[in-house]
Ligand binder design. Sequence first.
Ligand SMILES: *Cc1c(COP(=O)(O)O)cnc(C)c1O
Length: 464
Amino acid sequence: MRYVSTRGEAPELPFDEVLLTGLARDGGLYVPAAFPPLDPVSLRGLSYPDLAVRVMTPFLGEAIAPKDFARLVEEAYAGFDDPDVAPLRPLDGKLWLMELFHGPTLAFKDYALQVLGRLFDHVLQARKSRITVLGATSGDTGSAAIEACRDRDAIDVFILHPKGRISEVQRRQMTTVASANVHNLAIDGTFDDCQDLVKGMFNDAGFRDALRLSSVNSINWARILAQTVYYFAAALKLDAGQPLAFAVPTGNFGNVYAGYVAKRMGLPVRKLVIGTNRNDILFRFFTEGAMTVRNVEPSLSPAMDIQISSNFERFLFDLYERDGEKLCAAMEAFRRSGRLDVEKKLLDQALETFSAHRFDDVATLATIAAVHRENGLLIDPHTAIAVAAARAVRDGDDAPVVALASAHPAKFPDAVERATGTRPALPKRLADLFEREERMVTLPNDLAEVKAHVRAHARLQGAA
Ligand SMILES: *Cc1c(COP(=O)(O)O)cnc(C)c1O
């Protein structure tokens, strides 16, 4: 399997190079040269890890020996706290929740990152190489990245968070990981300051090369790939006799794009229903046929407080019939002007696969309350947006819908308590989170000092 860039200029690469590269050199994102067909009927009865191996293997090419890959996937999901890994829970006769919060950090990002960390380590060890993973977090991504990279021989991980500005649960999920290769840096500043520091380190080419800086951000193709698996898992388990619709709470368009990949591989999908919060660039795209940038505003579903959905470019590439030159021109114009229009014909084509719905905080709280009242179940604010979107499409359509539950309610206890009067408890595996010892260093918002710290603590010796 070869991978091509959405901007048409960067060299084609095999899977292992795409894994380590992240963003393509022409500024585009890598996608497979073709979507390999997979007959869902041939997948019946497989366990989740076996299914994951079957779905992902056609994308790997020669990059990883099949035996190694199977072991790595088995290990990735062994620590999940539900035997089904991604269990389905009925809400009513036609609507199911797919619980994607049974991994170590209680959000769906674990489903991909637990595989990704092991893939990185495997490929790097084979090359006798190492990397330094660097990232800034406003809460959720950092803990998933840390859990994915902990104890991996070929990886050191440094995560910057704004000191005192993330919730105690979020902080403790990162700082109580007792691994020598995990470094939590609490920065005296805001999340934007943390991001600027990370950018500053990546922009210093000498520093970047010496430490082999890398990131595990959501544009990495391997993350998308690992997420296609649970779309197949849901369809196989429900065996509904008709195509399913999936309702997906969306920020960077990564998770819902994984559903699109499953569809392109042959999974019968009735519709991919996008749920956004007030940061609604995707909703406006699918209603107006234009992407227009606005400021990010905080909401009760912070993991979706994003205005430019980076993975959307992957879908646009197909909509433009894989014309990288045309897409490149459109994306550059978008960066300059903050606006990208598509023709009516293309919008109609996109609407055959997707629909989009937007919900504000009031609707989010009302949905949490309704599910609690009707089903006796606590759901998190991101999941609530998926449920609301699922219910919105059902008004005109009786097809079965699976709403993706992207986080455990205990990750967002304040919103859940506000809606229901009940404070969700942490699951057993994290019950002692508040007793565990924390490890972090506090640093000023100063690039030179942060760099010096990273250089002193990364295991890449002789770094510049
Ligand atoms: C990251 C995240 C999302 C958004 O996922 P995308 O792949 O960026 O669309 C939704 N919910 C939760 C809980 C998340 O952590």
